[in-house]
Design a protein around this ligand. Structure first.
Ligand SMILES: [Zn+2]
Length: 108
């Protein structure tokens, strides 16, 4: 599930002026427990019974949000520390973040 679906939903709701809904989507992380987030990511729909989500929040939307949530921030995934970073270098078509690169240079 792509993050675009979630972003697009937020944009559409914003256009419609549905501020309450936009606010809820932007604060989903405050309403969903970490264990529930994990179950959403595993496509375990039984978690819905334990959550107090309005009917308009579809499972598809929750999944898009949850998938995005485990990969927060912009940037590329560093092959060494596995984190997403904005600054770094491309090395043989792989990305190494700035801090890992500095560490590598110190080892040389
Ligand atoms: Zn790194």
């Amino acid at each position: 599930m792509s993050n675009e679906f979630f972003e697009q939903t937020v944009i559409n709701l914003t256009r419609k002026g549905a501020e309450d809904r936009v606010r809820l989507l932007k604060n989903l992380h405050k309403k969903v427990l970490p264990s529930q987030l994990e179950r959403i990511q595993k496509n375990d729909k039984s978690v819905l019974k334990e959550m107090f989500m309005p009917k308009w929040v579809s499972w598809e939307l929750l999944r898009a949000w949850a998938d995005n949530f485990k990969r927060p921030g912009k940037g590329k995934q560093c092959i060494l520390c596995d984190e997403k970073k904005e600054n770094g270098i491309d090395f043989n078509e792989r990305f190494i973040c700035e801090s890992c690169f500095v560490r590598l240079k110190q080892l040389e």
